[in-house]
Design a protein around this ligand. Sequence first.
Ligand code: HEC
Ligand code: HEC
Ligand code: HEC
Ligand code: HEC
Ligand code: HEC
Length: 289
Amino acid sequence: MIAILGNASGIVLGREARAGGWRRLAAAFAALLLGLPLGAGAASPATEDSCATCHSDPELLVTNKKLYEYYQQWQASIHKEEGVSCSDCHGGNPRSNDKTVAHGKGVASSDPDSGIYYQAIPETCGACHDDILEGFSKSNHFRHLVTKKQEKQGPTCVTCHGAINVDILTVNSVQESCARCHNETRGIHPEIPEKAHRLLNRFLSIHRFYRYISTNAEPEEAKAFFGEIDVKLRKLSVTWHTFDIAAVEQQTGDVLAVLKAKRDEIRQRRRAGTAEAEAAAAGDGGGRR
Ligand code: HEC
Ligand code: HEC
Ligand code: HEC
Ligand code: HEC
Ligand code: HEC
C-alpha cells in the first residue's frame, strides 16, 4: 500500500540519520493520505483522531494508570513522530468521540478483528513496512505464526521490535531476543542466537564503513555511491526478514566488500593528500611571516 520512501539505509543507520529531511516529508505525506480516506476534506488528521485525544485524558492517570501508560509509550515513539496513530495499528474508528463506536468490533489484542491480533500483526505493520512484510512472509517464522501450540509459535514483528514504542535489535540485544525460543530447552535450532549475533556484528561494520564514507567522500562521489549502496542495504533488510541465514550471510559479505573497497580508496586518497600538504608546508619553510 503506502511504501515508506527513503528508507534505504535504515538497516544500519541510527534514528537521527534515518529521520532526516525528505523522508520525513514522505512520511508526513503518507500520514496525510491516511487521514483522508473518508473524503473528509482537508482537516488536519490530528484533530480528527479521537483515539489519541480521549486516551490522552490526564484523568486516566488516576482511573486507569496502565491504559494511560500505553498512551505515554506512544507519545515517546517514532511512530507518533511520523504521524502513525492508534487506529493505524489497532483498527477502530478514529472519527467517533463515542468510545463504543470508536472501539467498534474490538481494538484489543484478544479481538480477532483488531489489527493487533497475533496473526494479524504482520499485515498491520506491513501496510507501511511493505517490503519487509514481503520478506517476512517467506520466512519459516511466518509459516509458524498459525501454529496452535504456543511453544512452537513463530515470532511476529512485535516479538522482536516491541509494540508501540518500537526499537531495532542491536548486536547487544539480538542474542537474548532469539534465545527466548531458540534455546536448548525448547530444542529449536539453539545455535541461532550465536549466528544472529555474528551477523549483527557485521551489520555494525557496515554501519562504520557507511559513516566513514558519508563523512569523507566528495559530495558528487557520495551521491553516486550511496544511490547504489542504499538499494543493496534495503534488499539486505528485506532478506534479513526472510530469516534465510545463508542468504543473509552472503548478501552481508557482498555489501561489506563494496563498502570496504570504497573506504580504502578514500583513505588512500586522503593519505596521499595529507602527505602532499605536509611536503608543501615543509617547502614553505620560514617564508611565511
Ligand atoms: C525474529 C526477530 C524479528 C522479526 C520477527 C521481525 N524483525 Fe524487523 N528487524 C529485526 C532485526 C534484528 C533488525 C535489525 C537488522 C536490520 O537492520 O535489518 C530488524 C530491522 C527492522 C527494521 C529497520 C530496518 C529498516 O530497513 O528500516 C524495520 C522497519 C523492521 N525490522 C520491521 C519489521 C516488521 C514490520 C516486521 C514484521 C512484518 C519485522 N520487522 C519482523 C528482527 C525482527
Ligand atoms: C471517548 C474516549 C475513548 C475513545 C474515543 C477511544 N477510547 Fe480506547 N479506551 C477508552 C477507555 C476509557 C478504555 C478503558 C477500557 C474501557 O472502558 O472500555 C479504553 C480502552 C482501549 C484499549 C484497551 C482495550 C482492552 O480491552 O484492554 C485499546 C487498545 C483502545 N482503547 C484503543 C483505542 C483506539 C484504537 C481508539 C480509536 C479508534 C480508541 N481507543 C478510542 C476510551 C476511549
Ligand atoms: C505501531 C503500532 C501501534 C500504535 C501506533 C499503537 N499501538 Fe497500541 N499496541 C500495539 C500492539 C501490537 C499491541 C499488542 C502488544 C502485544 O501483543 O504485546 C498494543 C497494545 C496496546 C494496549 C494493551 C491492550 C492489548 O490489547 O494488548 C493498549 C491499551 C494500547 N495498545 C493502546 C494504544 C493507544 C491508546 C495508542 C495511541 C495513542 C496506541 N496503542 C498506538 C500497536 C500499536
Ligand atoms: C501507518 C504506517 C505505519 C504502520 C502501520 C507501522 N509503521 Fe513502523 N514506521 C513507520 C514510519 C513512517 C517509520 C519511520 C521511518 C522508518 O524508519 O521506516 C516507522 C519506523 C519503524 C521502525 C524503526 C524504528 C527506529 O528505531 O528507527 C520499526 C522497527 C517499526 N516501524 C516497526 C513497526 C511495527 C512492528 C509495526 C506494527 C506493530 C509498525 N511499525 C507499524 C510507519 C508505520
Ligand atoms: C517466539 C519464538 C521465536 C523467536 C523469538 C525467534 N524464533 Fe526463529 N523460529 C521459531 C520457530 C517456531 C521456528 C520454526 C522451527 C521449525 O522449523 O520447526 C523458527 C525458525 C527459525 C529459523 C529457520 C531455521 C531453519 O533451518 O529452518 C531461523 C533462521 C530463525 N528462526 C532465526 C531466528 C532469529 C535470528 C531470531 C532472533 C532475531 C529468532 N529466530 C527468534 C521461533 C522463534
